[in-house]
Write a protein of this length. Structure first.
Length: 143
């Protein structure tokens, strides 16, 4: 029953991280759902929800893909879909609170680069900008 309704509403898987799988929503392709794999995934969803709630009305909101909803235990989080970014979209400087600058954690929304995985971002939003150290997970596995 539960998996029936999941399959009805949840579409293609577009990403997988350490903590969460990410799917498009069938009837709202402008949204994704992040499905937690474990307790750490549920914590990541709840933390992202909290950071969005804090940042939403700040000047930092433009750097984050908006969170639209989160289930109470963190199992599911709904976020705006961001399109794949190309290397030319990544700026030299970013706000310091975006602590994990992995290329895969960013995408393009309304023509702007936004972070889609900010569960590890610093809650101290007042920090300014700093030189960005972008990194590629696939390349660092080869090394
Ligand atoms: N809002 C989104 N729009 C498009 N792709 C996304 C979005 N959120 C996540 N993804 C893709 O799914 C991958 C895994 O999601 P992520 O939030 O990074 O999970 P984890 O916390 O497990 O690393 C990301 O690296 C990215 O490629
Ligand atoms: Mg990630």
């Amino acid at each position: 029953m539960q998996s029936d309704i999941f399959n009805l509403l949840v579409g293609r898987k577009i990403g997988r991280g350490i903590h969460r799988s990410v799917h498009r929503l069938r009837f709202s392709p402008e949204l994704v759902v992040k499905v937690a794999h474990s307790e750490s995934g549920r914590r990541a969803n709840l933390k992202e929800y909290l950071i969005w709630d804090i940042a939403e009305c700040s000047r930092h909101a433009r750097w984050l893909a908006p969170v639209r909803a989160c289930s109470t235990d963190g199992s599911f989080l709904v976020m705006d879909y961001a399109h794949p970014a190309s290397r030319k979209d990544f700026p030299r400087r970013v706000p310091a609170f975006l602590s994990d600058l992995q290329y895969d954690n960013f995408g393009i929304l309304d023509g702007r680069l936004v972070c889609v995985d900010y569960a590890n971002a610093e809650l101290e939003l007042a920090r300014g900008e700093e030189e960005a150290r972008w990194w590629d997970a696939a390349e660092s596995m080869v090394e």
